[in-house]
Design a protein around this ligand. Structure first.
Ligand code: NCD
Length: 315
């Protein structure tokens, strides 16, 4: 595959076209044997990635580090801001300037919306957004789309429902934006009133001529869906503890509910993980569960992205 990567940074899903996303997925397919350790590769030998994680992470950080190492590169970084100079009051801009002098690519997770954009202004090496507050999580979106394509055979024309914390979930915000670029004219949002999708996102969907339907329970729509994308209630984003307490266990997807609502045999249930209590473990062994495969897909997809970002004329 010959491909020229045109981006300096990966900050928002809005910077990507469908063709660009499809090139990432094509390369991810080629990366699978390397991701699984069956084939050796040292395409990124001598390259250094730094992970600057100001918020907790399991999948995103480990899969980025795993992806880099499987391609022969190395990693440095921190997983807790308390062990970095942020603790001493260093600004993000200064940390980024310094980290850009040490590494070839920066992977940043931060609680402030817009942090990755700001970082990209202060870095002369590529910055990859690994989640900025409730805003965006573009690399999760690449692996989510890749998983949909792999498990459903296509993305176009599917009926996709989102359930849970539509207000604060950055994975939903990025994924809904990305899906609006595909040939998919309807989306289904299921949440209590307090956790509805933000107005800016709904406006963007309208601009892309996507019709969206909002529900407060899954019952009325579940039987029509091809994909149900669940998220945990994002406890850490609530300014008001009481507000969180009111919605914290507002839904639970379990086998009985799927049966009661007549879910399709082929329904795929996705979740970026971690889960708390919204997705019963009785789904894990069913044909509906794709969330562990989804997490695993993070490695080949992030390998593809790193290869493209670090080797612009990838072939
Ligand atoms: C998500 C995140 O950090 O936004 N996790 C992930 O990257 N897989 C989802 C979440 O924390 O709920």
């Amino acid at each position: 595959m010959n491909y020229r990567f045109e981006k300096d940074h990966v900050v928002t899903i809005k910077d990507f076209t469908v063709d660009e996303m499809e090139s990432i997925f094509e390369l991810a397919d080629e990366m699978i044997p390397i991701a699984e350790g069956e084939k050796k590769d040292d395409d990124l030998y001598g390259k250094l990635l730094t992970t600057l994680f100001y918020e907790p992470s399991t999948r995103t950080r480990l899969s980025f580090e795993g992806a880099m190492k499987r391609l022969g590169g190395r990693c440095i970084g921190f997983a807790k801001p308390g062990t970095s100079s942020a603790k001493k009051g260093e600004t993000l801009a200064d940390t980024i300037r310094v980290a850009a002098g040490y590494a070839d690519v920066i992977v940043l997770r931060h609680h402030h919306e817009g942090a990755a954009r700001l970082a990209s202004k202060f870095s002369d090496v590529p910055v990859i957004n690994a989640g900025d507050g409730a805003n965006q999580h573009p690399t999760q979106t690449f692996l989510d789309l890749y998983t949909i394509q792999k498990t459903c055979g296509e993305i176009d024309n599917l009926k996709i429902g989102f359930i849970g914390d539509l207000r604060y979930s950055r994975t939903i915000h990025s994924l809904a934006e990305a899906l609006s670029l595909f040939d998919l004219h309807k989306m289904y949002f299921i949440s209590p009133e307090a956790l509805k999708a933000p107005e800016y996102l709904l406006e963007e969907l309208k601009e892309h001529e996507v019709q969206y339907h909002q529900f407060d329970k899954p019952d009325a729509i579940l039987s029509e869906l091809d994909v149900l994308y669940c998220t945990r209630i994002q406890e850490e984003r609530f300014a008001d503890r009481l507000e969180f307490e009111q919605v914290k266990s507002c839904y639970r997807i379990k086998k009985k509910l799927l049966e009661k609502c007549g879910a399709k045999e082929s329904l795929k249930i996705m979740h970026p993980l971690p889960r708390v209590d919204e997705l019963d473990t009785d789904i894990d062994s069913s044909q509906h569960a794709v969330y562990f495969q989804q997490a695993k897909n993070g490695v080949p997809v992030r390998q593809a992205l790193l290869a493209m970002v670090l080797d612009k004329n990838f072939s």
